[in-house]
Design a protein around this ligand. Structure first.
Ligand code: P6P
Length: 334
């Protein structure tokens, strides 16, 4: 049984036996993410002090200006996981294609692939608003000893063995699941250790916060428009409160603690929405369901969607179970 103030390292060791693949590789992988998180956290926290912010001049496959910290975070996570010889493949929002990793003479013996959004919400960096890293971990499905293929990355979300995020906010937290609930660890920057601060995190079944970019309202499907109007109506415990940080990890984290729903619907300008299935929606959906919440595209469970492309986008509705089901009801009845 985990107790508060346990370090992340102690927690991983204590709970390793509970994980069905107890080879220790996944523990080492989580530890490598922990190390990279501390390194990135250091740079994020001083972003305002050195000339490391501002566009790097390049654009990524999404056509978005790459902030220097995006590039830095991407490199740090990839380097850390590669050097520690734990994964056989990595896919990243910042990389056009997946990376096959054959560390030293390992001959592709490693079993895990990682998909990562190294710095989500990076447009907030210059205005000092929380940003985050999101990661998703699968066991490879192609034969060990051969290079990974795209099939190892295009697995349905319910095949994930672990998922989590780091939120670089007023405090830095690592929140993750290996399929036995969600636990949150807060970094003590003075000594560089993560401590269990939020054991067994649970979405309240209901909530009063809705998070959506209402600037896109006129482009939303009718069902979403109807749900937003429902949230704003004077009746029962409504109107709800609108809170939108513009950083998925931050909005998700607040909603998981206080109760709420996050929506990034499709629109006439974003035909499949904006968020990416593989390294944003699936890991957040895994966490949501492990915390008794729910995640869908408005009709289908996110983790049941069969991926077809590395950077594909899906509409995303996620949060407190009753709120997501209410939004789905409006989508069905529109
Ligand atoms: P918009 C950040 O770019 C992100 O991927 C999520 O973190 C965030 O919730 C969303 O996009 C914000 O998008 O279009 O509302 O600015």
């Amino acid at each position: 049984m985990s107790q508060k103030n346990q370090t992340l390292g102690e927690f991983i060791i204590e709970n390793q036996s509970a994980f069905k693949y107890t080879s220790g590789e996944l523990s080492r992988l989580i530890n490598s993410i922990r190390l990279a998180a501390k390194v990135v956290n250091h740079e994020v926290n001083k972003a305002g002090l050195v000339d490391i912010i501002g566009a790097a001049g390049d654009t990524n496959i999404q056509g978005e200006d790459q902030q220097k910290l995006d590039v830095y975070a991407n490199n740090k996570f990839i380097q850390t996981m590669t050097k520690r010889n734990i994964v056989c493949g990595i896919a990243s929002e910042e990389e056009d294609d997946f990376i096959s990793i054959n560390s030293q003479d390992e001959n592709h013996q490693n079993k895990y692939v990682v998909l990562i959004d190294p710095l989500d919400g990076s447009s907030n960096i210059d205005v000092n608003v929380s940003v985050g890293t999101i990661f998703s971990i699968y066991r490879r499905i192609t034969p060990v000893g051969t290079p990974v293929t795209i099939d190892d990355f295009l697995q349905k979300g319910h095949q994930q063995v672990a998922a989590g995020y780091i939120i670089y906010g007023t405090s830095t937290m690592l929140v993750y699941t290996t399929g036995s609930g969600v636990n949150g660890f807060t970094l003590n920057p003075a000594i560089g250790s993560f401590y269990l601060s939020h054991p067994d995190m649970q979405f309240p079944v209901d909530g009063k916060i809705y998070s959506v970019n209402e600037g896109n309202y006129i482009h939303f499907p009718q069902g979403i428009k109807n749900y937003i109007k429902y949230c704003q109506q004077e009746e029962g415990d409504r109107p709800y409160t609108s809170r939108y940080i513009g950083s998925l990890v931050s909005d998700f984290h607040r909603n998981m603690i206080k109760g709420g729903i996050y929506m990034y619907p499709k629109s006439s300008t974003n035909s499949n929405g904006k968020l990416r299935l593989l390294y944003e929606c699936n890991p957040m959906a895994f966490l949501a369901e492990q915390a008794s919440g729910k995640a869908s595209d408005g009709f289908t469970r996110i983790m049941d969607i069969q991926p077809t492309e590395l950077h594909q986008r899906v509409p995303f509705i996620c949060g407190s179970k009753n709120m997501v089901e209410k939004a789905e009801e409006f989508m069905r009845n529109a």
